[in-house]
Design a protein around this ligand. Structure first.
Ligand code: ATP
Length: 700
């Protein structure tokens, strides 16, 4: 056990709950940075409703958590103080630390009209008249912020994080603390991931994107990134490429938010109505994208659009275009609720012009959809269930990773994946490289996409937005529970490696030679064509009926054919490229993954069909063997007509016919089998043949 954590003894508790119990409540690690009872009991200046619930034994919040979370009973938990100085860069190339967790409470003013939770407010928020009692009683938020690292619930205790913002803080302040340091790391070659997490309506999108009055983290980060890029490229030694992709996960499917062209997107309505379902087909959805393991990036979304950007304005324009396609709807808590998880991916490649080496690092900015209670509207309910499921999956992954870290058997530091990409088996690797707990990254698209980041390929910061109203207490506690676990996830991240772009002399020569040959190859057909079409040289060209006729007037078909030729050549080149990319590089593991994506029923159906075919083949072989034997007996020279009792000429002819048909049958079955063998070959190779393949030669 970590020296800084003492596991408390479990006490029983009484009282009933009005807080829905979340599965995550069970983790003993969930409150590992909560200091129970360390708050002074809120002064009785509180309201009647506060005082009614402030006695420890009667707290509904405490009683639920107490049942399931022994940590909550600790009056003695030694808090592992979150310390951002733990996060450090070792030898400049390795980052060690944990996920940086900050909490941002939503200001009261956007929820109701009274006081706010914040450092500038009194130590405990002031009670305000309860409108429901005609102002005779008072209510007060149960949450207090005492310093920039602690948020307290008067019943539950303290939660400590890397930073707790005051509710009146600005996006700029949040950016300065969370996002800006990440851009600095991105610029020196680390992957960086920032995600906003919290219940619906708590301010994730406001924090990430901002609004017309206040810029959010995304525009602020993008501007800072480009100002640095410009400055760094000033001296002419370095060149930078910035590429953006933008995707969303809606109802557990991945969609490209930049798929459509600029013009098309601009013509779309800019203000979504109740639910703007974006571009695409008649359902309002574009094609779903698939994920696959990738040696370079850990996981890759196949076919995701990439847009190269020269300036922050251009990049933000693409984001604005993507935002228009994002699914937005009205919920009980938020008039414009994001119904999807949105992830902006910004890839920065810096190339050293002297050495020809380059390095790519990626910034992932995620505005997650908010957890929510079931709602009456069917569509919202369906979306909500997908959202909650994926957030639960994220919670489980974080919980497992955090449990690994505080596991008494020793810390489990997640390390940067090796050259084979992320730890795609979903197994956390301890610092002595012994795989232990299975991490269920594949339980949702969100966790699958965040897998490389969470398994040590990226520095990670999360901003957890909370709503401090009393009636949002359950969701806020869940968010803080998630945040507490995230704080325990250790990171050990290496800078992205430098790639040699073949700028040394040997490589240069080889490249030049290859290009020269390519050029030569291309010149030949061109000069051939030129020769044929040149009238002065008496050459020939194709006539409209396909014959070569002697030269004369220019045949319009020639131009057509040339154009066609060009198109074919272009297609061919593209096919070759595709082949290079998608077929030649396809590993067995990838093929298995693709096959695994096929519905199970399809595989079973195919297998059953082929097994049927095989058994038919065996029967035919037996049958034809019998026939052959019979015929041979009948044709034996010593056979007399009398011995043919019951086997007259008709039968012999019949048998002969059947024998002829047998060849055709076997041929057809063989070709069906060949097809099947081809389909199953990658699988059988990889699995060391679980499907018996009957060799063709056995069939003849
Ligand atoms: N810190 C804040 N300052 C000012 N307004 C805020 C703040 N946080 C949230 N709001 C406002 O509250 C409303 C809901 O916020 P927002 O849409 O960002 O929530 P969300 O967490 O993204 O919700 P969902 O998960 O449903 O998309 C918006 O009108 C937003 O402007």
């Amino acid at each position: 056990m970590s020296p800084s954590l003492r596991r408390p003894s479990t006490r029983s508790s009484s009282g009933s709950s009005n807080i829905p119990q979340s599965p995550s409540v069970r983790s003993t690690s969930s409150f590992s940075n909560v200091r129970k009872n360390s708050i002074r009991n809120a002064s009785n200046s509180g309201s009647q409703s506060v005082s009614a619930s402030s006695t420890r034994s009667s707290s509904p919040l405490r009683s639920v958590s107490a049942k399931s979370d022994p940590f909550l009973h600790s009056g003695k938990i030694r808090v592992r103080r979150s310390n951002s100085t733990n996060n450090c860069l070792r030898k400049n190339d390795i980052y060690t630390g944990s996920i940086t967790v900050t909490i941002r409470p939503k200001p009261r003013s956007t929820v109701a009209s009274h006081d706010s939770v914040g450092l500038k407010s009194p130590r405990y928020s002031q009670p305000r008249p309860n409108p429901q009692s005609g102002g005779n009683t008072f209510i007060r938020d149960p949450w207090f912020i005492t310093n920039d690292k602690t948020i307290i619930h008067e019943e539950i205790g303290e939660f400590e994080f890397d930073h707790v913002f005051a509710s009146h803080c600005t996006n700029l302040e949040v950016y300065e603390r969370t996002s800006k340091p990440m851009i600095d790391k991105l610029l020196v070659g680390f992957n960086a991931t920032i995600f906003a997490y919290g219940m619906t309506g708590s301010g994730k999108t406001f924090t990430m994107s901002g609004n017309e009055h206040e810029l959010g983290l995304i525009p602020l980060s993008v501007s800072y990134l480009f100002s640095n890029v410009m400055e760094l490229s000033m001296n002419g030694d370095k060149k930078f490429d910035v590429i953006i992709s933008y995707l969303e996960i809606y109802n557990e499917r991945i969609y490209d938010l930049l798929e459509s062209g600029l013009e098309e997107s601009i013509s779309r309505p800019s203000t979504p109505s109740r639910l703007y379902m974006g571009k695409g087909n008649s359902n309002g959805l574009s094609a779903e994208l698939k994920i696959r393991d990738d040696t370079q990036y850990g996981v890759k979304v196949i076919g995701l659009t990439e847009r190269r950007c020269e300036s922050s304005e251009e990049l933000l324009r693409w984001i604005a275009i993507g935002d228009k396609s994002r699914k937005i709807g009205e919920t009980d808590y938020n008039a414009r609720s994001s119904r999807s998880h949105a992830i902006v991916l910004i890839r920065l490649t810096s190339t050293d012009l002297n050495s020809g080496t380059s390095r790519s690092s990626t910034l992932s900015l995620c505005d997650l959809a908010g957890s929510e209670r079931a709602t009456g509207q069917q569509e919202r309910r369906k979306e909500g269930s997908f959202i909650n499921k994926s957030l639960l999956a994220l919670g489980t992954v974080i919980s497992k990773l955090s449990a690994d870290k505080i596991n008494p058997t020793g810390p489990n530091i997640l390390t940067t994946p090796t050259s084979t990409g992320s730890n795609s088996t979903g197994t956390a690797t301890s610092n002595n490289n012994i795989p232990n707990n299975h991490i269920p990254y594949r339980d949702s698209k969100l966790t699958r996409l965040l897998q490389p980041a969470l398994s040590g390929d990226s520095i990670v910061t999360t901003i957890c937005t909370v709503d401090t109203r009393n009636d949002a207490a359950a969701e806020t506690i869940n968010t803080l529970r998630f945040a507490s676990r995230a704080k325990n996830v250790a990171l050990h991240v290496s800078k992205k490696s430098i790639i040699n772009n073949g700028n040394n002399d040997g490589d240069k020569d080889r490249t030049i030679e290859m290009l020269r040959r390519q050029l030569e190859d291309q010149r030949r057909p061109i000069s051939d064509l030129k020769g044929r079409s040149s009238p002065g040289e008496g050459s020939s060209h194709f006539s409209s009926d396909g014959n070569i006729k002697s030269n004369g007037a220019v045949d319009p078909n020639l131009a057509l054919m040339r154009a066609e030729n060009r198109i074919l050549k272009y297609k061919l080149e593209n096919c070759e490229k595709l082949l290079d990319k998608d077929v030649v590089d396809l590993q067995d593991s990838e093929i298995i993954e693709i096959v695994e994506m096929l519905p199970f029923e399809v595989g079973t159906l195919l297998e059953t069909k082929f097994q049927g075919l095989e058994s038919q083949i065996r029967q035919y072989r037996k049958y034809t063997q019998k026939l052959e034997d019979k015929i041979m007996t009948l044709e034996k020279p010593g056979h007399t007509a009398t011995s043919l009792t019951g086997c007259g000429d008709t039968e012999v002819t019949e048998l002969r016919k059947m024998l002829e048909r047998k060849d055709k049958m076997i041929e057809a079955l063989q070709s069906a089998k060949r097809l099947r063998d081809r389909a199953l070959k990658p699988l059988t190779n990889a699995h060391q043949t679980s499907h018996p393949i009957v060799r063709n030669d056995k069939l003849t």
